[in-house]
Structure formats: C-alpha cells, structure tokens
Design a protein around this ligand. Structure first.
Ligand code: 13P
Length: 250
C-alpha cells in the first residue's frame, strides 16, 4: 500500500519543519509506504528533516537526459544522488502548463529508470472524454505512448483531470473499472503486473472507501497532504485498511 503526497508548488521551510516535527511521535507501520514529493528546492531540506522516519522522498519531475546543457533542469541522477527514491512524471499539470507530450514523458521515465528511481506515471482523462465515453480509449493511448521498455520499477497513478483539486471524484465502480483497465493494458503489452494509485480529491473523509475499491494499490494526494493532520489521517486509514483486510500486524 502506497501513500504518496504531492505537495506541488506549496509550503516553506518553516511549514515543512512543523510538518516533520508533528510526525516525530507517530508510530509508523511497515505495511504502508509513504512518500512525500516536495518542491525540488526543498528536497534536501526535507530529507534532512525526515532523518530516520520511514518516509521516502521523491521529485515532482525530472529531465529526460542524465546530464548536459539544459539550464534550469533537474537530472534524475541528481534526485537519486540526494536521496530520492521516486519521481512523479507526466502529471496533468505538467502536460497542460509545460506542454509535456507522451513522447517526452516516456523519455523521462526511461531516464528515471536509468538513474535507479521509481517513476510514477500519471494518466487521466478530461471531463469531456469521460462524458463522451472516451475515457478508456484516452487512457489506453496515454499508457501506450508513455510506457517504458522496462517498467519493473514503474507505478501508474490514475488522476482524472476533472477530479484534481475539485472535490469531485469518479464513482467507485468507475475507479475500479479504470484501474482494472490500466492493469490489463500494461499486462497485455508487457506480461507484467503494475501497481495503480488513485489521485484526485483524496481526503481524510473518502480515503477509507477509496482504499476498499478493487485494484486500488494506494493514493496520490495533493491538497489534503499539505496539512499534517490530514496526511496522518490518510496514512492511518491505510494502516487500518490493511489490518482489517489482511490481519497484518502494524
Ligand atoms: P488533489 O488531491 O489536490 O486533488 O490533487 C491530486 C493530485 O494532482 C496529486 O498529484
């Protein structure tokens, strides 16, 4: 079970310190992996603040080359070098505001894998695609366009664009169907199983129900992950869910 916190372009050194201080007395469970994706300027600070807490840190983006004359860019090797384990790639905000294409994203994923990072490939349809019955086709094209040759370390996050930051989420059968669809597409192409996270307006109220949905292997949380109490409520719900379903010790 994976709980990923995408902080996007938010928080400050002071608020990150407060966030991490609030986690010091928490008993973490081995059954749930948590990873925070801070703004890149704070990755090092966050890693140092986290110290021995069992929380991973990841980048929100990386470049498709490992090094070279690319002013202002961040190599996946740099992320790895400072201690990141994951990187989010193809987030809809980058596809939209930075014109990232499936081809760009595929190159970035391959570069991230070369740097020994675990990429989280984001896919998601617009409301119009869903309303017109094209969501499955749209997602299939995104996956085919972005899937790396060797996907062993890759996760997919299904984040319907119309659900991000809106408080609206697809109904539970739509989430379940889409996750199954994504897993089938990846299996058909690669003969490998992939873990699929759900993202879009996840919060402390809906998390328990979202985790009950078949084929949901975790969540990618934006807004609600900025508040440490909400982050912990989401984390605890994941631990509880696993205990109830698998009788796994915390
Ligand atoms: P919200 O949880 O704020 O809807 O954001 C989701 C997201 O984009 C995570 O990557």
């Amino acid at each position: 079970m994976f709980i990923a916190a995408n902080w996007k372009m938010n928080l400050s050194k002071k608020s990150i310190s407060y966030f991490i201080e609030s986690l010091q007395s928490v008993e973490f469970s081995k059954t749930v992996n948590a990873c925070i994706f801070p703004p890149s300027t704070y990755i090092d600070f966050l890693l140092n603040s986290i110290g021995k807490l069992p929380i991973s840190v990841g980048g929100q983006n990386c470049h498709y080359e490992l090094s070279g004359a690319f002013t202002g860019e961040i190599s996946p090797l740099f992320l790895k070098d400072i201690g990141c384990t994951y990187v989010i790639l193809g987030h809809s905000e980058r596809r939209c505001f930075n014109n990232e294409t499936n081809e760009d994203i595929k190159l970035k994923i391959q570069s991230a894998i070369k740097a020994d990072l675990n990429p989280i490939l984001c896919v998601g349809e617009k409301l119009i695609d869903r309303e017109q019955g094209n969501a499955n086709k749209f997602i299939k094209n995104q996956i085919i366009g972005c899937l790396p040759e060797n996907l062993d370390k890759t996760f997919i996050a299904y984040e319907p664009i119309w659900s991000i930051g809106t408080g609206k989420i697809p109904n539970y059968s739509q989430i379940s169907e889409m996750h199954k669809h994504i897993k089938e597409i990846v299996f058909d192409i690669t003969r490998k199983n992939i873990k699929v996270l759900y993202g879009g307006s996840v919060n402390k109220k809906n998390i328990s129900n979202i985790l009950k949905i078949k084929d949901v292997d975790g969540v990618l949380v934006g807004g609600a992950s900025l508040n440490v109490k909400d982050f912990l409520a989401i984390y605890s719900a994941a631990v509880k869910h696993l205990c109830e379903n698998n009788n796994i010790e915390n």
